[in-house]
Design a protein around this ligand. Structure first.
Ligand SMILES: [Mg+2]
Length: 239
């Protein structure tokens, strides 16, 4: 019996890209106010600094990663002394602009009628800072109490523990094949792939379901639950 659905945050429930871009633009504006040299720094440069920092430090907490990335950016124009202030500006703007996708809140409201609904993220999108206060029965954040990031098996074990039901009752929903489908399936959960932009599923990966919008999720989960109930019935010994 499936009972629990758990959501990834960034790019699944939360439209993070406008928020990150807005945060970086706030940083860039302040850098340009502080020094004329920053006129030659572009938004693309700041995004590159993030990509380089992430590639070098994939497992460190997201706020630290942002600090590493931004330290690269400020050192381009000798603004190292302003790193803390610029980092604060980035996060203030990033959280102020972080919003659920339009399909997220209606789906959450409908699912909450029949499912236990959880939230589990690698990032620092705390639900209460992102327009999702009070939406979840439980929340799991990587790095809280040293919890490793997805796709570490310990992360999914913590999700199952927070759900308070066996792993086979839990469906994980998210946009990342590695983090939200393959990782959960390896840990005994179901993995549903939210493929908003029509990507091709890598060979050898079989999501339990694939959908392009959360609007379809209640029906997709109901179908999975029905399948599971039928399978359980067919395995019941005949007497
Ligand atoms: Mg995601």
């Amino acid at each position: 019996m499936l009972s629990t659905v758990v959501f990834d945050a960034d790019e699944t429930l939360l439209d993070l890209r406008p928020a990150m871009t807005g945060g970086l633009l706030a940083v860039l504006n302040e850098m340009r106010r502080l020094t004329p040299a920053a006129a030659k720094v572009s938004l693309a440069d700041l995004e590159t600094d993030w990509a380089v920092a992430f590639a070098a430090n994939p497992a460190i907490p997201t706020p630290e990663l942002r600090r590493v990335a931004l330290s690269r950016s400020v050192s381009r124009v000798g603004l190292d002394a302003h790193l803390d202030d610029l980092l604060a500006r980035y996060f203030a703007r990033r959280f102020a602009l972080t919003r659920p996708f339009p399909d997220a809140l209606p789906a959450l409201a409908e699912l909450a009628e029949t499912w236990a609904v959880g939230y589990a993220t690698n990032g620092n999108s705390r639900a209460e800072r992102c327009g999702l206060t009070g939406r979840f029965a439980f929340e799991v954040y990587a790095h809280d109490n040293g919890l490793p990031k997805k796709p570490a098996p310990e992360f999914y074990a913590a999700v199952v523990q927070a759900a308070g039901v066996p792993a086979e009752q839990v469906v994980y929903v998210g946009d990342s094949i590695a983090h939200d489908v393959v990782g959960p399936q390896a840990a005994g959960l179901r993995g549903v792939w939210l493929n908003r932009d029509g990507r091709t599923c890598p060979p050898g990966v079989r999501p339990d379901a694939e959908l392009s919008t959360l609007t379809d999720l209640p029906a997709v989960l109901a179908a999975l639950a029905d399948e599971e109930d039928l399978r359980a019935q067919s395995e019941r010994p005949l007497v």
